[in-house]
Write a protein of this length. Structure first.
Lengths: 395, 326
């Protein structure tokens, strides 16, 4: 346990920067983009005031940020970067290089809507569409979770059974810029949690005549990709274990999914990120009215915790999935389709009702969430097992 | 501070050739490819300096042909990330090593970092990443081998393709005879970052290798533009690549020089041509042996040939006016 807990008021972005400071990575290569910018601003302060001995590379684009991270990671360095929205999209090509070359880079995403129309506010589409890039992917609800997941991500990514990059997201402004209570860790605690030694790997360094980034054709490509899948499967257990260890270290319970009043529930909300806070608030309101309802929060998005979600939702009649992301022409909202895949063919599973909401920072109010809850119940009552709606917009 | 080119003698070349190749045989570059000669010269010049060396390579012919998994032609630490980001990747490597050396996680010493990119990866898609890395001051020598088009993907025009050249995306049509515009002045763009900038040709190895060593000895970024003959894309027989490369210099299509801040210095043949203008060959001597310019010799495009000669004369005049000779 942590002993005396330090409590500090910090925004989500500041929490990330302070957590990275405790990790003191060898290289941070980053480019400014709202609402991530505060992370790299604070970190620049730490660098220029000598509080860390990181090499900070202020690159000329996010594409170069991720490219420099790959180069640095392959030398064996501990590496961090942060971005959002368009910046993550610009990195997209190199996200695949980072995972394909097994670079345990940690990336903080200040989840923000994509252009067009240009918008700087919270939405998780940017991170969700990176789902197939072979990155471990986590979401955080609060500044506290941003702080914790920053440190946790290094532990998962650098684990020898994983050796994959990891990203974690916090919603733009809603979490990145909101001042919240954050319990901090000591430098010693973080050093005990994350090994001081750097990863053991083939390193791009002057002493080893090794070739990195070969052209790999039909004869070997698929085996290399399959190894990534195995690493991603390993990441599942590694994340669970790391969260367990982190919970003991911090005294804060951390799990790949969080279950809120689900034990006796007939109905459930499923959400991730900041929306989970609203979902839990609505659960409280509905419970007060006698509704048997709970909430499930997904923290680990990749690898997707199919079995845990199935077990958590088993016996639930209808699930209201609040998805703050946009997808078009899809069979359901992004997270809904993953849940549907996880539950398909299983007995005793809920009907799934996805709600695309909150795009571009739009707020879905608590009364509106209660309304969609009623919609889900209605759908379920008339036997509809799968629905998807856009909610909270002017028709 | 100015740049001093080391004198590289034939004897030096003989000695260095005994050091053992860094870019070894067994790669799959085309017979006659100038990039192979360029890579051997650059790597050997680096090896001769004695310090450890590392290579970052942009996607392109040199990368694809040298590292078909599970083989490699590189007896050196070598890294490929993607097409447009070789300079950014190198900056990550350099800063990671610096940081880990500071923390005692890596042995401290000088490492010569060389980045290779073709004209597509440098003139076009990698220009931003290169300019950014140079502005930040990372210590590397960037070598752009310009073979005059996207040869690796099948001869599409780049901004390093010469005016009038036929490529698969600037074909010699009945209305438009090949590439319309002149090349991007890449060496001048790089030089304007106030870094040592060199031009070199694999047909003149002593000049090229001296420039590689000068670039590596410089503390901070340096840039070298190499004219890289490509028999496949420029369409001539594979046994005359070095002749073509020489004609590029002798016609002043590709002058050999180096520049740093105020200094512009012509070297080798180009220096001699500046002193003896009557020895400068007409551009037709360079264009005629190459299939990519064949259409320009049709009567209807006679004015194009004149236009190209005029442009070369004007650019050469400008260079000679501001340059000294060695």
């Amino acid at each position: 346990m942590s002993g005396v807990r330090q409590v500090v008021g910090m925004t989500g972005d500041e929490a990330v920067a302070h957590a990275v400071k405790l990790v003191n990575p060898d290289v941070v290569a980053a480019y400014p983009i709202t609402p991530q910018t505060i992370i790299v601003e604070r970190y620049s302060d730490f660098v220029n005031n000598g509080e860390v001995d990181t090499s900070f590379i202020s690159v000329e684009s996010e594409h170069s940020a991720m490219s420099a991270c790959v180069g640095a990671s392959l030398t064996g360095a501990r590496v961090f970067t942060a971005t959002a929205s368009a910046g993550l999209a610009l990195m997209y090509e190199i996200l695949y290089v980072a995972s394909g070359m097994r670079c345990p880079i940690v990336l903080a995403v200040a989840n923000r809507a994509f252009s067009a129309p240009i918008n700087i506010h919270g939405e998780c589409t940017d991170q969700l569409v990176c789902r197939d890039a072979s990155w471990v992917s986590l979401f955080g609800e609060s500044a506290q979770e941003a702080y914790d997941e920053t440190i946790l991500s290094f532990k998962i990514a650098e684990h020898p059974d994983v050796m994959l990059p990891a990203m974690f997201g916090i919603e733009g402004f809603i979490v990145t810029h909101a001042l919240e209570r954050v319990e901090t860790l000591s430098k010693q605690q973080v050093e005990d949690f994350i090994p001081a030694s750097r990863i053991v790997r083939d390193r791009f360094c002057p002493d080893e005549n090794k070739t990195f980034g070969s052209l790999v054709l039909q004869d070997y490509y698929m085996e290399i990709k399959r190894q990534q899948e195995e690493a991603m499967q390993n990441a599942f257990k590694v994340t669970k274990d790391a969260m367990q260890e982190f919970s003991e270290l911090s005294g804060r319970k951390m799990e790949i999914i969080e279950k809120y009043q689900l034990e006796d529930a007939d109905y459930a909300f499923v959400s991730y990120g900041a929306t989970a806070g609203n979902a839990k608030a609505v659960v409280n309101r509905l419970r007060a009215k006698g509704e048997k309802v709970g909430a499930l929060k997904i923290r680990l998005f990749r690898p997707f915790p199919s079995l845990d979600i199935f077990q958590a939702l088993s016996g639930i009649k209808a699930a209201t999935i609040l998805d703050r992301s946009a997808t078009f022409g899809s069979p359901g909202s992004i997270v809904q389709t993953d849940i549907a895949s996880a539950l398909y063919g299983k007995e005793d599973v809920p009907s799934l009702h996805g709600y695309i909401n909150g795009l571009g920072g739009r707020v879905l109010t608590l009364p509106e969430i209660e309304e969609v809850y009623e919609m889900s119940k209605e759908y379920n009552n008339i036997g509809m097992t799968s629905t998807t709606d856009w909610v909270g917009y002017r028709k | 501070m100015s740049i001093e080119l080391p004198k590289v003698s034939v004897k030096d070349l003989q000695e260095w050739s005994k050091l053992g190749e860094v870019f070894t045989s067994g790669h799959r570059l085309c017979a006659g490819c100038g990039a192979g000669s360029m890579a051997r010269q650059v790597t050997l010049a680096a090896k001769a300096l004695g310090d450890p060396y590392m290579f970052v390579n942009a996607t392109g012919c040199l990368e694809v042909a040298s590292t078909v998994y599970p083989y490699t032609a590189w007896d050196a630490p070598w890294l490929h990330n993607a097409f447009e980001n070789a300079a950014a990747t190198a900056s990550g490597v350099i800063e990671a090593m610096k940081s880990m050396q500071r923390k005692g996680l890596m042995r401290e010493r000088n490492v010569n970092m060389i980045v290779f990119g073709g004209d597509g990866g440098t003139y076009d898609i990698g220009l931003q990443s290169l300019s950014g890395a140079i502005e930040r001051g990372h210590d590397f020598l960037y070598v752009c081998y310009n073979n005059g088009a996207y040869m690796n993907t099948g001869i599409q025009r780049s901004s390093g393709t010469p005016q009038g050249a036929a490529t698969t995306t600037s074909p010699p049509g009945s209305v438009i005879p090949g590439k319309i515009v002149w090349q991007k002045p890449l060496a001048e763009i790089m030089a304007s970052h106030d870094i040592p900038t060199f031009t070199a040709s694999p047909a003149y190895p002593r000049d090229l290798m001296a420039k590689v060593q000068a670039g590596l000895k410089h503390d901070g970024p340096a840039f070298m533009l190499v004219d890289s003959p490509c028999n496949l894309g420029q369409r001539y027989a594979p046994d005359i690549s070095m002749e073509i490369a020489k004609l590029a210099v002798k016609t002043c299509f590709f002058p050999l020089f180096y520049t740093y801040k105020e200094d512009w210095v012509l070297t080798g043949i180009s220096s001699r041509l500046a002193k003896n203008p009557d020895r400068k060959l007409p551009i037709e001597d360079f264009l005629k042996p190459q299939g990519r310019f064949r259409h320009l010799f049709k009567p209807e495009w006679k004015n194009k040939l004149i236009e190209i000669q005029d442009t070369i004369d004007e650019k050469w005049e400008r260079l000679v006016t501001k340059a000294t000779c060695v």
